[in-house]
Design a protein around this ligand. Structure first.
Ligand SMILES: Nc1ncnc2c1ncn2[C@@H]1O[C@H](COP(=O)(O)OP(=O)(O)OP(=O)(O)O)[C@@H](O)[C@H]1O
Ligand SMILES: [Mg+2]
Length: 363
């Protein structure tokens, strides 16, 4: 297994800058997730690592060896695509063995590798079946098996679960996570699904328009998003963002929201003043908007637009000064549309963003 280092990678397709100045090191045995909306350059980045696209600029190293100019077959990687195609006329065993046969491995070595991968993936009883005799999840595991038998230094996976239904997807996601732990493999994994990213990744790189927005641990992304884009892309429901005017009242910096004022907590004050703007954007996650305010909370008055019970919790959609605010309440919460409600914002869980650039206040 190995480290993967990408330095100043650019990929241009004519006028389109698909990937811009991508620099990152995936540590040995790490599960690195590339996350971002459609068209942000995730697949292009992965294909450059695989050797299927040539970078316009920059270098790629795997296991300390520069591979930028090497053919895919010489890079010691295995890739699992979204649209894996199994050979319908071959058994599971033959599907997994095919790549090794092409590379002229000895039959006993092929058998050893296929049986070991089948054991890991729970496919041992299915080796003589054909793809049409398998469920979607089992087929997906055969596609993973084809990569595992290669025993590569690095696994590259591009949305490998996207063909599965929601339940199977969650199950296969969990299997993939324990598989990673057992194999001790270095993985680069592409998804646009932030839940998948948070649950699988040891580190996550968030991209937008070909540009890396933030490279961090799942916890770091969630707790300290570097800008408004990351803040609202990661988390369900997304972080609330409220735009408001700043004012100084009695030597205290506040944000006006309708008839309410939110005092900018002192640790954030200098950074928000540093925006040198008359406005700011306040970010707060739904779980930090309390329908039963705590003692130190910042009160904010809204009107309930919609109450959405989901069993163990209830999402409360509020209108606050013509803006939308979602609170995550206890499952027992009862409220009516149109009701006026004072919620409490947790003062140590507020995020402040620049009104034009969306950059986080660096408190
Ligand atoms: N062969 C190509 N020629 C021209 N433009 C391309 C080519 N391949 C990709 N692009 C463009 O590069 C950008 C990044 O594409 P890429 O496939 O990497 O996105 P992605 O993040 O994987 O998106 P998705 O989530 O939809 O798969 C897009 O704007 C896309 O249209
Ligand atoms: Mg893609």
């Amino acid at each position: 297994m190995a480290q993967v280092t990408l330095e100043h990678l650019d990929k241009e397709y004519g006028q389109v800058m698909a990937v811009r100045d991508f620099t990152f090191t995936v540590e040995d045995q790490e599960f690195l997730v590339l996350l971002g909306p459609s068209g942000c350059g995730k697949t292009t980045t992965l294909r450059m690592v695989a050797g299927l696209e040539e970078p316009t600029r920059g270098t790629i190293s795997i296991g300390g060896r520069e591979v930028t100019q090497l053919e895919p077959k010489d890079r010691d990687i295995a890739m699992v695509f979204q649209n894996y195609a199994l050979y319908p006329h071959m058994t599971v065993f033959e599907n997994m063995a095919f790549g090794l046969r092409m590379r002229r491995y000895r039959p006993d070595e092929i058998r050893r590798r296929v049986e070991s991968a089948a054991e890991i993936l729970g496919l041992a009883p299915l080796l003589q079946r054909r793809p049409r005799q398998l469920s979607g999840g089992q087929r997906q595991r055969v596609a993973l098996g084809r990569a595992i038998v290669r025993e590569p230094q690095v696994f590259l996976m591009d949305e490998p679960l996207s063909n599965l239904d929601a339940q199977l997807r969650a199950q296969t996601r969990a299997e993939l996570k324990s598989l990673h732990q057992r194999l001790g493999a270095t993985v680069m994994y592409v998804t646009h699904d932030q839940v998948e990213a948070l649950t699988l990744g040891t580190h996550i790189v968030v991209m937008k328009d070909g540009i890396v927005q933030q490279a961090d641990t799942p916890d770091g992304l969630y707790r300290r998003p570097t800008n408004q884009f990351v803040a609202t892309f990661v988390g369900t429901p997304p972080m609330n963002v409220l735009a408001g005017a700043l004012e100084t009242r009695a030597a205290t910096l506040v944000m006006r929201l309708g008839t309410d004022t939110v005092v900018v907590p002192s640790p954030d004050r200098a950074a928000v003043q540093g925006f040198q703007s008359p406005r700011a954007i306040l970010g707060v996650r739904p779980e930090h908007v309390h329908v039963m305010p705590h003692g130190d909370d910042i009160p904010l008055t809204g009107r309930i637009r919609l109450v959405e019970p989901t069993g163990h919790e209830t999402l409360v959609y509020l209108d606050v000064a013509d803006q939308s605010l979602i609170a995550r309440a206890d499952g027992a919460f009862r409220g009516e549309s149109g009701q006026v409600l004072t919620v409490g914002l947790d003062p140590v869980e507020l995020h402040w963003f620049h009104p034009e650039t969306g950059a986080r206040a660096s408190a």
